[in-house]
Design a protein around this ligand. Structure first.
Ligand code: OGA
Ligand code: NI
Length: 342
């Protein structure tokens, strides 16, 4: 397999991108809105002893999920040293010689460790300017043996992301007027819940306006938690415009995934987002897709379904079936979710 990194580094400096990577629509044709920013959630207030503070932040969380599907989380308690180590470890992984990474060139979603390029090269008509490493880190922990120390850092980072996700899901349950453990109990989120680590590397591109790092898509899980090195590139769709996300350095970006849309019967929706690339340096982003156990059947919560006014809008599906379908097709907007529409 040939990855973007090899393409960029082969034979001196690359002047123009191969036609295989030229995205049919000019990504910059769409309206970009710099005027707005995604909401900020102060995580420390979620665990606050003050009921007033807690109900305020739960309300803000509900508004963020309903109106944006994306928010930034500050004061989350994950140490800067761990975040920095994680980014460095990810860079070192992509810096390994291609022959060594090739050991991890998996093909299917079920492969515990999968290094690759674009999204699904079997079906991608245009290649995306992105190399990736996807690792199933929970309930069974997996990690590449190299580089040295990578596995330990990944394990700790992912564990802390699960804890964040769990606390956020409590707040989100409460924001829907449900008991705070509702989502976790209903979907059996806990010791068996599934977590996929996705590390993206978007090398510097000589013609960034012609290519796409990741095309518009929604994420499959309940909540995705993302951090990046100091380069921007993520854009979120809001009111028909693309809003660039410029997270404060110590924050996480969190978004509603398709399983949360199904469970809430569409009250909270997964939102289209995309990744742009730049000409200056390699952008790294680290995401964890936090979902229920793979064999959990996800369907609209009966409490949020009202036969007359709000009938169930999605058909039940196991998380496993859902992700396998998403990962073996084109990454195309919210087309995967449309397969479970009633
Ligand atoms: C993803 C994703 C965004 C980014 O991996 O699903 O949307 O900023 N990544 O890299
Ligand atoms: Ni995504």
């Amino acid at each position: 397999m040939y990855c973007v990194k090899d393409l960029v580094e082969s034979g001196g400096s690359l002047q123009s991108v191969p036609s295989k990577y030229i995205f049919p629509e000019n990504p910059e044709d769409c309206i970009i809105s710099d005027a707005e920013t995604i909401p900020i959630i102060d995580f420390s207030l979620l665990t606050s002893a003050s009921l007033k503070q807690r109900s305020k932040v739960i309300h803000e969380l509900g508004t963020a999920c309903r109106e944006w599907g994306f928010f930034m989380v500050i004061n989350h308690g994950v140490k800067k040293t761990l975040r920095d180590e994680m980014i460095k470890a990810c860079q070192s992984f992509f810096d390994l010689p291609t022959e060594e990474k090739r050991d991890y060139a998996g093909k299917k979603f079920v492969d515990p460790i999968r290094w690759g390029t674009s999204f699904n090269t079997k079906v991608d008509k245009t290649y995306f300017w992105r190399d990736y490493l996807k690792v199933h880190v929970h309930p069974q922990f997996n990690a590449p043996q190299k580089p040295v120390g990578f596995s330990e850092i990944v394990e700790e980072y992912c564990k802390q992301n699960r804890e964040l996700a769990s606390e956020l899901l409590k707040g989100i349950s409460a924001s829907l007027g449900l008991e705070e453990n509702y989502i976790q109990k209903t979907l059996n989120v806990g010791s068996n819940s599934h977590q996929l680590l996705v590390i993206n590397s978007y090398p510097a591109c000589p013609q960034p306006e012609l290519v796409m790092g990741l095309p518009p898509h929604s994420d499959h899980g309940l909540l995705t938690i993302i951090m990046q090195n100091d380069l921007g590139g993520l854009q979120v769709q809001h009111d028909g415009k693309w809003v660039p996300v410029n997270p404060p350095p110590d924050s996480f970006v969190v978004n509603v995934g398709d399983q949360l849309e199904i469970l809430t019967n569409g009250i909270y929706k997964s939102i289209l987002h995309r990744a742009m690339v730049n000409s200056k340096a390699t952008r790294i982003s680290v995401g964890t897709a936090n979902g229920p156990p793979l064999d959990t059947v996800v369907s609209p919560a009966p409490e949020l379904v009202d036969r007359e006014n709000q009938p169930a809008r999605y058909r039940p599906i196991t998380y496993r079936q859902y992700v396998e379908f998403q990962q073996s097709n084109h990454l195309d907007g919210k087309s995967c979710l449309s397969h479970v529409f009633v």
